[in-house]
Design a protein around this ligand. Sequence first.
Ligand code: NAP
Length: 288
Amino acid sequence: MAKVAFLGLGVMGYPMAGHLKAKGGHEVTVYNRTAAKAVAWVKQHGGRAAATPREAAAGQDFVFVCVGNDDDLRQVVLGADGALAGMVAGSILVDHTTASADVARELHAAAGEAGVGFVDAPVSGGQAGAENGVLTVMCGGDLSAYARAEPVIAAFARMCRLMGPAGSGQLTKMVNQICIAGLVQALSEGVAFGQKAGLDVEAVIEVISKGAAQSWQMENRYKTMNAGQFEFGFAVDWMRKDLSICMAEARRNGARLPVTALVDQFYSDVQAMGGSRWDTSSLVARLK
Ligand code: NAP
């Protein structure tokens, strides 16, 4: 049993923090910018809510963060009221935000100066993965910090692995998002084609998902794509944030991402259609 803080009780963070308490048996303190969510979490799970990241982080063995983007992460971790200001030497900061590899390296250095270990640990598996405690966690950082964090992360993970030094978790998550972007566009084109061809799309997918075209996106999204339902899941705004991180990294490392760049523009069409908070499978909507 460890003393842990969780900062950021969004779609992902709220259930992840819940698993640390219920499944991990840890002593959990939560912080959320909009305090009402922290109050609701404590009402549901017990534990304690703190008024600032610094207060939440004070005296903890581990501090977990899951906020929006690089700037949000800096706000929560650095500065006078940030988590690092409250953390004691020997404790470990684990960041589950999908962010850049640069900010991971920056926070690793800042944490190191305070004698704090840092693991960048973005996740995959979506809202359902967080709620069911079966996320995939891709980590970067020093082996010593990772080895201590892994058994605690296990409360909400099905797969957790150290991929290399600081930033490697974020780079692995970029590969994940690159693989998903083109695939969802192809799936959208398949569904839209099937509809135009007058096929029973549900029957089509039931058949082809048993063959080489199978994917997580196909199995989990075909029904809602066929029905034109997108008010759930992983938001288009978040996906565009992730793809812009991928493309910035590719500009530095020389990788070519032609399809990813195109799909990013398709997502800007979805935003213009009012779909900023729609699930990423809404690419099919712009084919109508
Ligand atoms: P979300 O529901 O929008 O929650 C974001 C959380 O971060 C909220 O608790 C928000 O506080 C907090 N936050 C944002 N900016 C902040 C700031 N400047 N200072 C303090 N707190 C701040 O997002 P989510 O879906 O949980 O996603 C969180 C991260 O996980 C993102 O990086 C996302 O890309 C990644 N991710 C999401 C999914 C998914 O399926 N949703 C899957 C994999 C990875 P408030 O409540 O006050 O707004």
